[in-house]
Design a binder for this molecule. Structure first.
Ligand code: LIP
Length: 270
């Protein structure tokens, strides 16, 4: 497919910046909660940001589909699909923690219902940081080329971890967390998957682990990490839209997997 990548990238950046402005305008305003569960919150602003993004993207690409955290839009059989998280880090945003972002990916449909991400945009309006990538090209932060770190030792690594939204993922992740804490330099739990991935792509973190993240949390930033020389290792969980992920700088997965495996074994044998 002859995809106008630069035009699609510009369109995604414009949509991300527009949603970022809407987030900043509502930063200090009372938050209207549409839905909340034990470990999650969904805001009315999530829906408004997604509507704004949909309008911008589908105006320029009317034949494309959109899969977002707040619902679907456009012809779902289209060979092109936008994957959108209008506010990644919604709980942070709700509590006034300035660590959240807009995530927009463009995917091409391959055979057998598979998709390949070809464009990734992640925008943090609080720090005015914009990460972009087109498959096959370099990853950029505010226009400058970025690379993942070259740290090989766990003892020197800063590792981000997320517990996702369910008791099950919490129970699964806690033993890994406990096993990792004494073996790495520092653990960080930031609450926005897309930003933790772009921080690995920028060499700020060396790895990021989470089970139970959704496609819209990781699609754009996963491509940005790959284009920065890192490894976006992710496997679908049953049900197909959620993933187990061990994102890293390309040098640490085997060591991280060994720790995770032994942690799980210990739980099972105890
Ligand atoms: C969040 C992810 C985060 C995860 C949270 C939630 P949301 O996405 O970015 O990594 O730990 O449970 O899934 O809901 O803010 O878009």
């Amino acid at each position: 497919m002859n995809l106008p990548c630069q035009r699609a990238l510009h369109c995604a950046v414009a949509a991300a910046r527009a949603a970022g402005r809407l987030m900043l305008r509502h930063r200090a305003a009372p938050k209207k909660i549409n839905l909340q569960s034990r470990y999650d919150i969904k805001l009315e602003l999530d829906v408004r940001c997604q509507k704004l993004i949909e309008k911008t993207l589908l105006r320029s690409f009317p034949d494309s589909a959109l899969l977002g955290e707040e619902g679907l839009a456009g012809p779902q059989e289209s060979p092109l699909r936008w994957v959108v998280d209008p506010i990644d880090g919604t709980v942070n945003f709700t509590y006034g923690v300035p660590h959240a972002c807009v995530s927009i990916a463009l995917q091409e449909r391959l055979d057998a219902g598979q998709f390949s991400t070809v464009i990734g945009v992640v925008y943090d309006p609080f720090c005015n940081e914009l990460w972009t990538a087109i498959r096959g090209g370099p990853a950029r932060l505010n226009g400058k080329v970025i690379h993942a770190s070259r740290r090989k030792k766990l003892a020197e690594a800063v590792v981000a971890i997320g517990f996702s939204k369910t008791r099950q993922s919490l129970n699964e992740s806690l033993p890994v967390f406990n096993a990792l804490v004494p073996r790495v330099r520092k653990i960080r739990m930031m609450g926005a998957a897309a930003l933790s991935l772009t921080y690995v792509a920028s060499g700020r973190f060396d790895a990021y682990i989470e089970a139970g993240v959704s496609l819209w949390d990781i699609a754009a930033a996963g491509l940005i990490l790959e284009c920065a020389g890192g490894e976006f290792w992710h496997r679908p969980l049953p049900g197909g839209r959620q993933y187990r992920m061990i994102a890293n700088n390309g040098l640490l997965r085997a060591k991280l997997e060994r720790v995770a495996r032994s942690a799980r074994k210990n739980v099972l044998s105890s």
